[in-house]
Design a protein around this ligand. Sequence first.
Ligand code: ADP
Ligand code: MG
Length: 880
Amino acid sequence: QVQRALLALTIPLEMLQAVKGHMLQAMRKGLSRQTHAQANVRMLPTYICSTPDGTEKGDLLVVELCQSHVRTLWMTLLGDGNQSPQVTNKIFDMPGDIMQGKGEALFDFIAQCVRQFLAGINSPQHRLPLGFVFPFSCRQTRLDKVSGATLSRCHLLPSMSSLGSRAGLVTEANGSATCSPQAELISWSKGFSCSDVEGKDGTNSCFMAEAQQVEMAEETSGRMCVNTEWGCFGDDGTLSDILTPYDQCVDQESSNPGEKRFEKLVGSLYLGEIVRHVLTALAAEKALFIGSSVTILGTKGVLKTQQVLEIIDNEEGMAKARKALEALGLRPSERDCCRVQQICRAVVSRAAALCAAGLAAVLSHMCQSRELEQLVVNVGVDGELYRGHTRFGEILQSVTGLLAPECMATFLPSVDGTGRGAAMVTAVALRLAAHRHEVDQLLAPLRLSRADLERVQALMRREMELGLGRESNTNASVRMLPTYVRGTPDGTERGEFLALDLGGTNFRVLVVRVSQDGIRMASEIYVIPTTVTQGTGEALFDHIIECIMDFQLKQNLMEQVLPLGFTFSFPCQQLGLDKAVLLSWTKGFSASGCVGQDVVQLLREAAQRKQHLALKVVAVVNDTVGTMMSCGYDDPKCEIGLIVGTGTNACYMEEMQNVGTVEGEQGRMCINMEWGAFGDNGCLDDIFTDFDRLVDEKTINAGKQRFEKLISGMYLGEIVRHILLALVEKQLLFRGKPCPKLQTRDIFQTKFLSTIEIDGLGLRQVRSILQDLELQASFEDSVLVREVCQTVSLRAAHLCAAGLAAVVEKMRENRGLAQLAVTVGVDGTLYKLHPRFSQHLQQMLRDLAPNCTVTFLQSEDGSGKGAALVAAVACRGANP
Ligand code: ADP
Ligand code: MG
């Protein structure tokens, strides 16, 4: 009979594996937003996103709320990595009426203890960070939002030592506590509301989870400590296979039947009770204590967990067993004592093995979610079971090793876990808060408020009006250039055209065939060396003609004279569809002798020099116009073109009567805004940051294209690079270690922003990008670099939205509509490949221009196709 009892209490390894599997499932359920509410293992986010790194320093105060007393503790950290700092502490007994009384009185009492303690140790006068150990499960909404607490600015945390059953609470206080309850307490447990439960310690764990998986916390990067609250594991019946009749009795007699099933198997609070029920059953079967009266065993709580733990001791155990049993009035034989010891061992071993199954689940979860083959990790352990009894610890460690062989866990018993843990958490929270504060300060100028964006929108609108006015045009930073494009395609365009695309990353020559069946194209990319883009104008245009000739040769087009559309994506004063005077170079071009000249004329002259006489330039267009036209071919509502690539610019259809710079009042004309220059007159000066100024200074057109330099691909990487340099200098990144490679201009490419910001991309990959730049990034560094990228690209998208909002609102007003539906044709690699840019742009545009329904259509090769379509539309007019 004894053997049968022992067997029931022994859980085979396969069963433990299953328990681990169930625990993993339960954890996932707790982490997911959909299932969190029903989860038994609640996986409460703690908003602790870092563990101590040894640099924490300062004086810390800890208050621990215990079953029947309040403990205060003082610790000084020197930031020297010393793991065992000096601690002073004092215990205050809690009057019973306080324990059972009102929350307010309880917290008043705690405040009093703090005041007395501080008076007693001659505390300094400055405000002190305070860690508050609060042994109840709480739902946290932020690090500083906590329930039931009446201390100001609270941070609620589980103690950093895992397996302690407590939660810690960190707060800043100045001795006199003020009241501001901010979050809700989920439930009181362990002692305070159920006065019949004596002793303490259930079981619980916390671990650093990938924050992204903690769906209840809207934190997407980094790691966050999650308090598993695993005591309720099994409340849905998952543990029924391993529950014994003894466990059922313990549960039935407890103050919360059916709840905390895992805790009732593992927590030290219940071990004595389990043993008592085993003994009761065996005595009833006459397998123990023959000849004794065993009625005493029917009384709850007569066998303490402490006694069970003494009985399992190898040396003194037998004597302790006899003593404990005799104290109950039993007359145990030698055999009885021996069996009682076996039973106690079985109960403790089972607790340790189940605890190991839970821990193995946590470790495996960490290992999986970090995509590691092997996890090497330290586990801080506290609790009287672990501390006092090597047997428990040995089983815990060995079974954990069996159940999670892919994890190398080192167990670190925490000395005075909860008190010191809370102090360490306070210290970490302070370090992080200080760090965060500095980072926020540095990034603050880049974070534009809604009001800022509304102001940008209004300024853009003003500059648009100025640019359109005949007199005011010269003073406007947004030049609003007429394009002589008066209509978008109507689908009747036909023919074969040549097209040139100059002004993007690549120079291209294309042949475009427009027919009933749609558009077909062939193209060739030609490299223009920097020596040419920044040399003489003659050399540049000669080079272009050579490329055209090469292309015609390859495409077998030498014999034909095809109409040519020229996409020339630089600001031009257009005097006709085929006459465009270059106003200024942008995007890294600076060929001499071109500004002030008609670029079509320059092209024709080069053709003459090169003896290429069969060239018929029909139209010169900006890439924004090309983009609008090519999207317009598919969607007649497309009346706006937008580019976010190397540079940024936009065009749209304006009423002729508003265009003061061109004669005529009828119909509409496409206006090339050249919005990249927005702000060149100083109107955006208060938006520019020091980083923007540094980037601008190093460009070949300093002081020019200021709006573009906040938004487009040529500059975002550089802005990020300057911010990273500033963070390093302030010791906020890479531990302040100098990064020589980061000093190199353009080393941080805009495409890195896209990679780094991709959702769900493991931070390890961010680290590897940084490693390629010879930057040794810690986990926290990677998180910070990502934040910088996000800040810079978000600002770019929002500024772009503010600009577009001005455009669509003007179009709506022009047409006297309450609601405008319009399509924007978009091109540019930044817009197309950045994982968030378009989404942020569209969201903010909806916000800023609520009366416009704006659809975005990505153009496929807009500048090539568009130039041909402009030529086609022009030819349509010329040869009816
Ligand atoms: P252009 O505007 O010159 O016609 P693109 O539209 O291709 O050319 O844009 C080129 C710009 O896009 C480059 O300046 C580069 O910084 C940026 N870029 C390239 N790849 C990416 C990417 N994956 N994500 C974001 N930006 C990129
Ligand atoms: Mg382009």
